[in-house]
Design a protein around this ligand. Structure first.
Ligand code: UD1
Length: 417
């Protein structure tokens, strides 16, 4: 078990560089299964989800190297055996192996995908789409057995623009017979990154990043390469921290357009933000004004920044309304914030946050990845020592977070018990 011990209230100054996006790379790695060619993925973050996916790839017979942020993957000897529960149950993105194994080998067996417990998180859009494209899917008590006699391209409409289902259907459609059109597709930047990778292998995809994606099936793919885009959620987390504790605090390697929603809200709260190319400079103001936050799909305010932002709102002078619209269970960190001195009333998916409240160091838990980020921000602004347990969740998504923050003045220890 790992825990973080944070001495709060340190002023931050300096630069934090942003790593590659977790939500891109967790799709890029399974997508390589579609080709027997060689793949190169650059700017790969060294996070536990990536390590887990590399183990899964090796279990399937891939030859993988990971050095200096570059992943090379050779799938010429892949044997599409069952993906064991040990891996699949720990990472939600394991669902992308369904699309790639079925697309390339017409057969896949795997346990139910794991990941953070932030609501029921069904995968019915994925399963129903695969069925419509011709797959036969048998659901057993511990997972799925899936077969398809070659996917056929069709129109797929999503009731809700799901990130995972959009990427999974796009992957599945690359080697399908005919043309697939995904309508009401998710528009998150990671989807375009995955499409660019598939296109580099020879896939025919247009419209990724918009609400309609068209994939014309091809027979074979060749070698592929891609640079992983910067992690907009990691960047946003550091900008939130910088807005509370920073002076001329720089976040580098960012695509500003990917986090316009956050920047706009931080400015509304009175934070001074200066964007210069891929560098964003932020300084804490004397006082913060309350702002209302409603999480929604891209380009709206990202649900993955909702929790760290809720900690920020405890420091704004007045009442802020916080509304989560994607998941039903994303306010589980609120009791921990209240335990540290926050004044938050949560009802279902909405919270009223009254500030400014002085937080004090306590022993708290990271109930999921982004709740861990919320607790981290809280610990950094609190008086005294905060200990965050179950920190494995946080390490799944943030590369070298402890050293990145200590390098700019934080006092955080990662303790392995
Ligand atoms: C992805 C991100 C996650 C982010 C989320 C929303 C990855 C690996 N994870 O998760 O960090 O929080 O997008 O931006 O990229 N839904 C269904 N049926 C489905 C699929 C989704 O009902 O088959 C619902 C979900 O329960 C949820 C909503 O749609 O309420 C959004 O889910 P989705 O966009 O699919 O999220 P993920 O891809 O799981």
């Amino acid at each position: 078990m790992k825990k973080l011990v944070i001495e709060g209230k340190r002023d931050l100054k300096g630069e934090v560089h942003i790593s590659g996006a977790k939500n891109s790379v967790v799709a890029l790695i399974p997508a390589t299964i579609l080709t027997r060619g060689k793949c190169i993925i650059r700017n790969v973050p060294d996070i536990s989800d990536v390590r887990m996916l590399i183990s899964m790839m090796r279990e399937l017979g891939s030859v993988v190297t990971f050095e200096n942020e570059i992943l090379t993957i050779d799938n010429s000897n892949v044997n599409p055996t069952c993906i064991s529960e040990e891996y699949a149950s720990k990472i939600r993105a394991s669902y992308y192996f369904m699309g790639s194994l079925l697309g390339r080998y017409h057969h896949a067996e795997m346990s139910f995908p794991g990941g953070c417990v932030i609501g029921s998180r069904p995968i019915d859009f994925h399963i129903n789409s695969f069925k419509k494209m011709g797959a036969k899917i048998e659901e057993k008590f511990d997972g799925f057995i899936m077969n398809v006699d070659g996917f056929k391209g069709i129109d797929i409409f999503f009731d809700f623009p799901s990130v995972g289902a959009t990427v999974n259907v796009m992957i599945a459609a690359v080697l399908a017979k005919g043309t697939t059109r995904i309508v009401n597709a998710a528009r998150e930047p990671e989807i375009e990154n995955v499409a660019d990778f598939l296109i580099s292998m020879g896939a025919k995809i247009t419209g990724a990043g918009s609400g309609t994606i068209i994939i014309e099936g091809v027979e074979n793919l060749g070698d592929g390469e891609i640079d992983v885009i910067p992690d907009r959620i990691e960047a946003g987390t550091y900008l939130i921290i910088g807005s509370l504790l920073g002076t001329d605090f720089k976040v580098t390697g960012v695509i500003e357009e990917h986090i316009t929603s956050l920047i706009s809200k931080l400015k509304d709260a009175g934070v001074s933000i200066d964007v210069n190319g891929s560098t964003i400079k932020v300084s804490k103001p004397d006082r913060l004004k309350p702002v209302n936050i409603k999480t929604t799909v891209y380009p709206g305010f990202p649900t993955d920044l909702g929790q760290p932002m809720s900690t920020f709102l405890t420091q704004c002078e007045g009442e802020s309304l916080f509304e989560e619209t994607i998941y039903e269970n994303r306010l589980r960190h609120i009791p921990h914030l209240n335990n540290m001195g926050a004044d938050i009333k949560a009802f279902d998916k909405t919270a009223i946050i009254k500030g400014k409240t002085d937080l004090v160091g306590r022993k708290v838990k990271a109930t999921d990845l982004r709740a861990g980020a919320s607790m981290l921000v809280a610990g950094m602004i609190a008086d005294g020592t905060t200990t965050i347990y179950n920190i494995e969740h946080l390490l799944r998504g943030y590369e070298r977070i402890v050293s990145k923050l200590n390098n700019v003045g934080a006092n955080i220890k990662l303790i392995d018990e």
